[in-house]
Structures are given as C-alpha cells and as structure tokens.
Write a protein that binds this ligand. Structure first.
Ligand code: NI
Length: 278
C-alpha cells in the first residue's frame, strides 16, 4: 500500500511522463534505495536518470572508425538534401523521437558499431524523455530541431513557426545543454520564405533527405533495409523514424549492409562541413 502511494506521488511529480513510464521508473529495484527522500518532497528533476548504464560494446573492434571531422559549417544554402562529398560518407537521420523504448534500443545498435547519427527530435518528446536526449548527446550523436508539436508548418503563421523552433531549441538545451544546428520540417513541408527566416533567425539550414525508405508505412524491416542499402550513394542523407519499432528492427541489417559496402557514417553537420558544400 505504501509503495503504491509513492508510485502515485512519483507520477504526480513527473507531470510530463505518461503513467506507464513513471510506473516503470518507480518499480525498478534500486531507485527507491538510492532515493530515501519521500517522493513528495523531492524537487522535480527533469529527466532524472538513475537507470541509465552505458551498454557494453558487442563487437570486439569498432566497425565504423571515429570520424574526427570538422562539424562547423557556414554555408549560405538554406536547404540541403544531400552532402556533396565524393567520399563514401552517409548521414543516418532519425525523426520523431525520442521514444522511451525504441530510441534506447537504437542507441545500443548504433553504439555496438560506433556509428554516429543525427536525431531530429520533437520538442514535446524531449520534455517527456529528456534523459534519452542526454544519452543521445553523451554518445556522440547530433540533435536537430523537428518542431515542438509536429504540425505542418506551411499551415502556420510566422510567429507560430518561430515558437515551434524556439520551444524545441529551449527543450533541447534544458535536457542536454546543446543547441541544435539544423532543422527538419515535419512532413518535409516548409515554404521557401519560411526556410529563409528560420535560417536567418536561428541559423538552421533545412535538412531534407536523398533516401526515403518510407519506413513509416511499415513495409517490414527487410524491405526498409533493402531500400536504403540499394539506394545508398556518397553524401546520402537517409531518412528514418526511431518512433517505429520495425524501423529499429531494420537497422542492424541496414548498418551492416552499408558498412560492408564501404560506407562510413557521419552526422549531418559533419556532412555539411565538408569541402565542396555550398
Ligand atoms: Ni516527423
């Protein structure tokens, strides 16, 4: 009974967490032991993360070498759909997270291969799961702005679009202490005029993609993998969604397929910072 009460108080304190997630946190053995202070008196710690332990490397050697490439870009182009590098670099991008189960699972898969990716996160999800955003950043991945509410920006007024950008940027800074450097519009929908003011006001180039496996239609992991691997090219920006479990299921095969063809994974900013990029 006592335990039940703490659970309720705990879930009340973590306002943004859905009941299932808060319950899971509170039921984990060890959490209560390390936090003897009654839940009701605890300050609300956004994204308090007592459960995270870095997963061990699965493979003996690193499959994708560390890419100590510059990530500072200062181009004048407001929209990018691919990198212009002639080297076999690709940027994996994952939209719509963080998701409480699928994103950590994807992070384990990436970590096992030392692959760095770029996550276009939804601000509302960042506020729900800030500890996952911190883990994304801590493991060397890049974070991009994918708006706060995931609405079609072409239907919104300028002030609403700016609010979507700002709220998400603020949430990411709060969660992980880093500022996103690029944005991706939900549904790929953004007017040229909107791209211009987002670029000048926030410094975000709009990042589209050159490979879209349509994973959100859930065609099955092997189809997603085949679509990505067969279309891969130097400088590819590959779109996928860590929101969907089947997409994450497709990633070990996708990554291994690309690695075996000689592709190396870098982040979007590293791709944009390469020579030849406008
Ligand atoms: Ni999206």
């Amino acid at each position: 009974m006592k335990r039940r009460k703490i659970l309720q108080l705990s879930s009340g304190a973590l306002i943004a967490l859905p009941a299932c997630s808060a319950k899971k946190d509170a039921l984990t053995p060890g959490v209560a032991k390390t936090n003897p202070v009654p839940a009701a008196q605890k300050p609300v710690k956004m994204g308090a993360n007592t459960q995270y332990r870095p997963p061990a490397y699965v493979n003996k050697g690193l499959r994708n070498p560390n890419m100590n490439l510059p990530s500072s870009f200062n181009g004048k182009t407001a929209t990018h759909s691919r990198g212009l590098s002639s080297s076999p670099f690709v940027a994996m991008t994952f939209d719509d997270g963080p998701h409480p189960q699928n994103t950590p699972r994807l992070l384990d898969i990436l970590r096992a291969r030392n692959i760095k990716a770029t996550f276009y996160v939804i601000g509302g999800n960042v506020d729900r799961y800030p500890h996952i955003v911190r883990r994304i950043v801590a493991e060397g991945h890049e974070i991009g702005n994918h708006t706060y509410t995931h609405r079609k920006l072409t239907n919104l007024g300028d002030s609403e679009v700016k609010k979507e950008m700002q709220r998400t940027q603020d949430a990411i800074v709060r969660a992980a202490g880093v500022k996103p450097r690029t944005m991706r519009p939900p549904y790929g929908a953004l007017l040229q005029r909107q791209r211009s003011f987002i670029f000048s006001d926030y410094g975000y180039p709009t990042i589209m993609w050159s490979i879209d496996p349509l994973d959100w239609k859930r065609p099955g992991p092997s189809v997603v993998k085949t679509r990505i691997v067969s279309k891969a090219h130097n400088g590819a920006i590959i779109l996928a969604h860590d929101l969907h479990a089947p997409t994450v299921d497709a990633m070990p095969g996708t990554f291994d397929g690309l690695l075996s063809r000689g592709y190396k994974f870098i982040t979007v900013s590293q791709l944009l910072a390469q020579k030849g990029q406008a």
